[in-house]
Design a protein around this ligand. Structure first.
Ligand SMILES: Cc1cc2nc3c(=O)[nH]c(=O)nc-3n(C[C@H](O)[C@H](O)[C@H](O)COP(=O)(O)OP(=O)(O)OC[C@H]3O[C@@H](n4cnc5c(N)ncnc54)[C@H](O)[C@@H]3O)c2cc1C
Length: 201
């Protein structure tokens, strides 16, 4: 593997170089794990599930600029810039994330209010495995690091604790991405009971 890419792929976010478009023409392409850049996988190839569809599409457009029109370039000209690819393409970091959070919060919402020892062990194992195999490796690395910090261990005794913990985990990612934090006092309305105004039926 190209050493440059290998080194880049192992870097933490604050160590990353500027995205490809900001590099001088003579420099090799510089991947980034920031949301605005194309993130490399550990094998040195671009990681689709670590990269937003907009940046993925921009990369594909740049690399196919000299070739004749393809289905991708057709899609790029007809789609919006925030979601430039058709919905039946492999997921980008955002689609993967939203669907995964739906699964994780739904698991919390259906977790027993008082979990048995076996259920607690199962949940600990699931979260530990999940944090190792999540398909966006940079997300997984950061999630594992967060979980290992004192006070951030999964709270698996019952639904209320797990739901709050999941909300806090999600808020950690929200903060990292500069997004608004969610009010964890309302996680159950969002993911289990529906909002108190009745709009969820
Ligand atoms: C474990 C994990 C780690 C991730 N790490 C990264 C990363 O490092 N870099 C990256 O670019 N993306 C990461 N993502 C994806 C990221 O979290 C978002 O899913 C993605 O940016 C799309 O965001 P969104 O605004 O559509 O809403 P999402 O964050 O996907 O949220 C979906 C819905 O959940 C609800 N919600 C929001 N916050 C909370 C909360 N705290 N508790 C309960 N409900 C909530 C809201 O109703 C929201 O509409 C990660 C995803 C996961 C599952």
């Amino acid at each position: 593997m190209d050493k440059f890419f290998a080194a880049q792929a192992k870097k933490k976010p604050q160590e990353q170089d500027a995205p490809i478009s900001e590099q001088p023409p003579t420099a090799p392409p510089a991947p980034s794990k920031h949301p605005k850049g194309v993130v490399l996988d550990k094998d040195g190839k671009p990681c689709r599930t670590c990269t937003s569809s907009a940046n993925w599409a921009a990369m594909m457009k740049a690399t196919s600029a000299s070739t004749s029109p393809t289905p991708l370039s057709a899609a790029l000209t007809s789609s919006s810039s925030s979601n430039p690819l058709p919905t039946d393409c492999p997921p980008d970091v955002d689609t993967l994330g939203t669907h995964t959070w739906t699964l994780l919060h739904s698991i919390s919402a259906t977790y027993p209010s008082r979990a048995s020892a076996q259920q607690q062990n199962d949940m600990r194992s699931f979260l530990s495995l999940f944090s190792r195999i999540y398909p966006c490796w940079v997300c997984a690395d950061d999630f594992q690091t967060w979980m290992k910090k004192a006070g951030n261990e999964p709270r698996v005794e019952g639904r209320e604790g797990l739901g709050r913990w999941m909300c806090e985990a999600h808020n950690e990612v929200n903060r990292k991405l500069g997004k608004e934090e969610f009010d964890c006092g309302r996680w159950e309305e969002r993911w289990r009971t529906g909002w108190k105004d009745g709009r969820c039926g």
